[in-house]
Design a protein around this ligand. Sequence first.
Ligand SMILES: *[C@@H]1O[C@H](CO)[C@@H](O)[C@H](O)[C@H]1NC(C)=O
Ligand SMILES: *[C@@H]1O[C@H](CO)[C@@H](O)[C@H](O)[C@H]1NC(C)=O
Ligand SMILES: *[C@@H]1O[C@H](CO)[C@@H](O)[C@H](O)[C@H]1NC(C)=O
Ligand SMILES: *[C@@H]1O[C@H](CO)[C@@H](O)[C@H](O)[C@H]1NC(C)=O
Length: 465
Amino acid sequence: MEIIKYLPLVLMQFTLILGSPFLTQKCYLWDARCLTSTAQTLVPSLTAGIPELGVERLDTMYIDSLHVDQEGYKVDWYNIYLQGLRNTVIDNLSIDINSKVMRLLFHTDVSVKAHYVKKGYLLSLPVAGEGEVNMKLKNVHMEFVVPFDIIKDVQGRHIIDLKGYQYWYDVKDGVDVVFGNLYYGNNELSRKFHTLVQQNWKLLTIKYNRFLFDKSNDKIFNAIRNYVHSVPLDSVLLYYYKIPDTEIAVKCALNDSVCLTQQAQNTLQLFVEGIPELGIKKIDKLYIDDVIVQIPKFSYAWVNITIAGMRNAIIDKVSINQDLKYIRVLFHTTMIMEFDYICDGILMSLFYIFGDGKGHVTLKDMQMEILFVYDIIKDHNGKHIMDLKTYYYGFDPVGGVDYYFTNLFNGETERTKLLLDLMNESWRIIVAYFSGYFNKKITDKFFTTLQIYMRSRPLQEYALY
Ligand SMILES: *[C@@H]1O[C@H](CO)[C@@H](O)[C@H](O)[C@H]1NC(C)=O
Ligand SMILES: *[C@@H]1O[C@H](CO)[C@@H](O)[C@H](O)[C@H]1NC(C)=O
Ligand SMILES: *[C@@H]1O[C@H](CO)[C@@H](O)[C@H](O)[C@H]1NC(C)=O
Ligand SMILES: *[C@@H]1O[C@H](CO)[C@@H](O)[C@H](O)[C@H]1NC(C)=O
């Protein structure tokens, strides 16, 4: 009989207003793809405005005025109507909960209509006039970088508070702009001016569009800020995932290495299959990034690399040094790496080797030692969590290493046997020279896995602390 416990996890999910008519999807904070598509679904309602949440209408946007006085060029715009945000395409919305920064990328076409008054010089050309301006900005790309905090609203619920923003823009596909009644009706001068503007649109966009975007982006920022203020993060805490009872049945004292080792062994199977709710990928088989190495006279690439064996790992020892703040983990298992390879070059001054095909490497009785350096910090509820900062590792495939590659030397069997014999026999040398390239990729994954897991739960939930 296995009891399943449900543990609430702090802040791993960005719920959007529950019961809101325009939200159908829930996302985890780390899931930029989900956040992006959710943000996209919000575009119509946000740009239409939501008065009850203090979200001003963004399309059509009204800006009362803007004033430019720069390098002898003076322009005032009044009664500005800006259209196009309703067609916004959200390119990316990501949230980094550690640095508390949100990053939003989007693009759209924008058209602007206003009354203008201008005088002075633009690119050394005297200019004067007053009338209606119509401007089309084609394919405007915006990037917002928004620091935020998590605060409590009046009801004591956690909400995201956007603190301010910086933006960057690029108008990619050109600007059409027509100033009516320029030079008070002098068509010849007006034509000359418009030609100049057309020819220098990129430069002028860089110089002057910021004045408009400063105003319109303030409105966009305020709309988003007011909107997320209405999103209670309390509902975020409704997020649960299953942990087998055995795993949390025992809470260990941090100085109790025997207990920690046993606990780690029990928890291992949880990681083997991964915890999608936390964004933790399975560690057996573990997928690692491509290894591409170019050293003098020898280059090789391993792609599509998988590593099997962690499910059978024996955790030999877990200990925590609370004075120096590190966790030491010692484990061993046989690891089997499979990949597609291509190589070309001279190995150990002995062989010119080349080929491409499948690779198979068995690290027999691979012993690994990892030292995770941590800090104890507080999560936004004021509870202590263990925050892994970095790690150091060592390894030793004490049982030796078997190498096998298909299609070496275009399939020539004699030379293949010579090479594999050498590699199998002198595995220590091969390991010493080459495994630095992929072992770190493996341990990086272990580090990230454990880091996410530790950050997801207060220490007191799984340790006597
Ligand atoms: C979105 O942004 C995040 C963080 O900057 C990045 O990791 C991710 O790859 C981006 N996604 C896309 C589809 O560009
Ligand atoms: C852990 O520390 C406590 C208090 O400092 C002590 O009583 C206990 O014996 C220690 N346990 C182990 C396993 O060392
Ligand atoms: C990697 O795997 C993919 C999918 O199985 C395959 O299409 C691709 O050819 C592989 N790469 C190499 C270099 O073999
Ligand atoms: C090297 O080890 C692999 C894996 O055990 C084995 O298949 C292969 O036959 C060995 N090669 C030689 C030439 O001994």
